[in-house]
Design a protein around this ligand. Structure first.
Ligand code: SAH
Length: 220
């Protein structure tokens, strides 16, 4: 909240709302990452640390790399990681996802990638698949017409070596209720979806990810 006065990390100003819309929303992916058996993940475009920071805090033996292309956001992330005592297993990078994907130390090295509110699903697949090990998973947070976005992303999955996509509601109707202040957590999160995209084992062609200009000229 304090850093938000000088750099724009979130438009939400009420800490209770931040707890629900950012922290609880981030944590909805815990079952997916645990089921995938991921011992490490990259959070692409982490911004104010979501979803990467709450997830890393909640999974006590997992290593994480939080990246954001904007240097001052990465600076915030580094300060936040140290402040909450996660510096031994959470790293921060001020780097574009495209640059990481071209780096031998990262390409095809990560069991999981998380990403919220960065780009359309097809583009996220293009950015994330090159970073994933075979059978690794991308978990993307989505709202709105998620089925259409999944359908539109099929071509990207096929071009990058194939894989499977599955959409999950983050809350089910029979989970009772929980509030922060007067706000119902489940009420807020009801329309949110997680899309879990699992890479196949065919190598991702070296041409991907394309640079942002090429992606704009030839969207999926
Ligand atoms: N994930 C956070 C922030 C979303 S805003 C949240 O859900 O609250 C999108 C963030 O992605 C911005 O901070 C922007 O700087 C970063 N970003 C966009 N494109 C990127 C790229 N190609 N590589 C790395 N970071 C990127």
């Amino acid at each position: 909240m304090a850093w938000n006065a000088s750099i724009n990390l979130t438009s939400i100003r009420d800490p209770a709302e931040v707890a629900i819309r950012h922290v609880a929303d981030s944590l909805t992916a815990l079952p997916c990452l645990v089921a995938a058996g991921a011992d490490a993940f990259i959070d692409l475009g982490s911004g104010g640390g979501f979803p990467g920071l709450p997830l890393a805090a909640a999974m006590s033996s997992v290593e994480a790399l939080l990246v954001d292309s904007v240097a001052k956001k990465a600076r915030f992330l580094a300060v936040a990681v140290d402040a909450v005592g996660l510096g031994d297993r959470v790293r921060v990078g001020s780097v574009r996802a495209e640059a990481l994907a071209a780096d031998r130390r990262h390409r095809a090295c990560w069991p999981a990638v998380t990403v919220r509110a960065v780009a359309p699903l097809a583009e996220l697949i293009e950015l994330a698949f090159p970073l994933l090990v075979p059978e690794g998973v991308l978990v993307a947070w989505k709202r709105g017409d998620v089925d259409a976005e999944v359908q539109a992303a099929r071509r990207a999955v096929d071009a990058l070596g194939g894989g499977s996509m599955e959409t999950r509601s983050v809350v089910s109707d029979d989970r009772g209720s929980a509030n922060v202040g007067r706000t119902s957590i489940l009420g807020v999160l009801r329309g949110h979806r997680l899309v879990v995209v699992r890479r196949g084992s065919t190598p991702v062609p070296a041409a991907y990810p394309r640079d942002p200009g090429a992606r704009r000229r030839r969207p999926w």
